[in-house]
Design a protein around this ligand. Structure first.
Ligand code: ATP
Ligand code: MG
Length: 465
């Protein structure tokens, strides 16, 4: 076959093409005219699993039920019940190229909400980093907005920045702040805790750094379904960053404050999971030392939820490791032997005391030792005297009250041991608790977790034996 036939099967086409020119006779495109791919100026990270991350590239972005929109909500990617509340063109995001400002305009009947505040039909507002966008109702969140190429990008150390995108602040404690993270390749949510090194133990830097590294090494070896996993750590000159699994249901503190107190059955399910986690730590010679409702995190908003203990061992990284300073949280959960400096050293029994205070708090919504004066509060704790207000405790079982009494014993040697708590009638009388807790664990076994030696995902490694 002739060469001409291969390249020009249709001869008339071939005739229409001009002859090839030599480079010197060509007019090359100006470098500005060369079509380079446009850079995104922002991103929308979905808070609904079936939506995808959106790169905002064009000047305008529409969302709504209409197929013409850039993102069209349908029953395939959105809750069909909520779909009815979505307008055909629900909102518009615009980017002003001159001053880099980003606006969101509400075009809907039932409302577009930024951080739970309604914009108002026909009105626009400036869209900022970490803003949560909801549609049809303030809780129906669809995306979190993040600008691209803004200074926020330098929050994470380079090694984490490659893999994760940092988002809104989840909370702040004595140890630093916690932010939401998205893993770039699959948009999976994580949390990152940043601990500023200036707040870590004083002393020779090598010493404290060695200590921090030791603590982190311990954190990484711990793997139990009721203990918050540390996925990875990184550090800069100023801070240590810990990537943690994300707990969507907030802390036990928020749950108790919201519902005033917990039904006994729910309190038991939560308490049992905390016990199993603490037992695991104690068997490995680790004392938590800072057990309190803020450090108990909930996986979901459901009444029955998986519970995980956070921040064990972290108290050692902070100045005044006794955590007695008000800057490092509430002292109401501290054991008497931590407060009383006549005790030269304290042991795992301090955690049992804190668990007793937590159980008291879950069941009644009140703290057994409470005072605005730190001095008086410590006196109350050292005396070990508390009362169970009859109006709050009358419907609570005697077994529950008995267990609290055996935990809130001032002398650590006389305080009930964790193995005895687990065989206390309040726990053993209800055979469904263990099964319930195991079901919750299995529900959240993460298929993405790297398998361990047994080929099981990470979260399966420990069981509630
Ligand atoms: P402390 O510094 O004494 O531990 P704290 O527990 O209140 O006090 P942080 O541990 O810094 O402070 O956490 C602050 C808040 O961030 C928590 O109360 C919780 O609401 C949120 N948080 C922490 N870790 C996570 C996580 N892994 N997933 C979701 N939210 C989290
Ligand atoms: Mg904490």
């Amino acid at each position: 076959m002739a060469l001409a036939e291969i390249f020009h099967p249709n001869n008339s086409d071939a005739e229409e093409l001009a002859d090839t020119q030599t480079p010197s006779t060509c007019t090359f495109l100006d470098s500005q005219e060369i079509q380079t791919p446009k850079q995104a100026w922002g991103k929308l990270y979905p808070t609904i699993i079936r939506l995808k991350t959106v790169d905002l590239i064009e000047r305008q972005f529409f969302l709504g039920r209409s197929k013409e929109c850039d993102v069209s909500l349908t029953s395939d990617n959105f809750n069909p019940n909520c779909l009815k509340t979505i307008s055909k063109t629900h909102f518009l995001i615009t980017h002003d190229e001159n001053d880099e400002t980003v606006y969101i305009t509400d075009l809907s009947k039932n409302g577009t909400f930024i951080n739970e505040t309604q914009i108002g039909r026909g009105k626009k507002t400036i869209l900022q980093n970490d803003d949560e966008i909801a549609v049809g109702g303030k809780k129906v969140k669809v995306y979190i907005y993040k600008p691209v190429g803004k200074s926020e990008d330098t929050y994470l150390p380079t090694e984490l920045r490659r893999e994760y995108e940092v988002s809104k602040k989840l909370g702040e404690g004595g140890c630093g702040e916690v932010r939401l993270l998205f893993r770039k390749n699959d948009c999976k949510e994580f949390a990152v805790k940043r601990i500023l090194k200036s707040k870590t133990e004083s002393g020779k830097s090598l010493n404290s750094l060695t200590r921090i590294h030791n603590e982190i090494a311990i954190l990484k070896t711990v793997s139990h379904p009721n203990i918050l996993s540390t996925i990875k750590t990184a550090e800069t000159d100023e801070a240590v960053f810990m990537v943690l699994e994300y707990m969507n249901g907030g802390s036990l503190q928020e749950r108790i404050r919201f519902s005033e107190k917990l039904p006994e059955r729910i309190a038991k399910l939560i308490f049992y999971q905390i016990l199993i986690g603490v037992q695991y730590l104690h068997l490995r010679g680790i004392t938590h030392r800072d057990l309190k409702p803020e450090n108990i995190l909930l996986k979901t908003d459901n009444e029955e939820t998986l519970v995980k203990i956070a921040d064990f061992g972290l108290s050692k990284l902070i100045v005044n490791s006794t955590v007695m300073t008000t800057t490092c949280g509430t002292p109401n959960f501290l054991a008497p032997e931590i407060i009383d400096n006549r005790y030269q050293k304290y042991t795992q029994e301090v955690d049992i005391w804190s668990l007793g205070v937590i159980l008291f708090y879950m069941l009644s919504g009140q703290l057994p030792f409470q005072s605005d004066s730190l001095h008086y509060l410590f006196r109350l704790i050292l005396s070990g005297e508390y009362s169970m207000d009859e109006t709050l405790w009358c419907l609570i079982s005697n077994d529950a009250k008995d267990l609290v009494k055996h935990m809130l014993v001032v002398d650590p040697e006389k305080r009930i041991k964790i193995s005895d708590i687990l065989s206390h009638p309040w726990i053993t009388n209800d055979s469904s608790i263990k099964r319930n807790a195991e079901d919750l664990i299995n529900l959240h076994v993460d298929k993405d977790d790297p398998p361990n030696e047994d080929g099981l995902p990470e979260a399966k490694r420990a069981r509630l034996d």
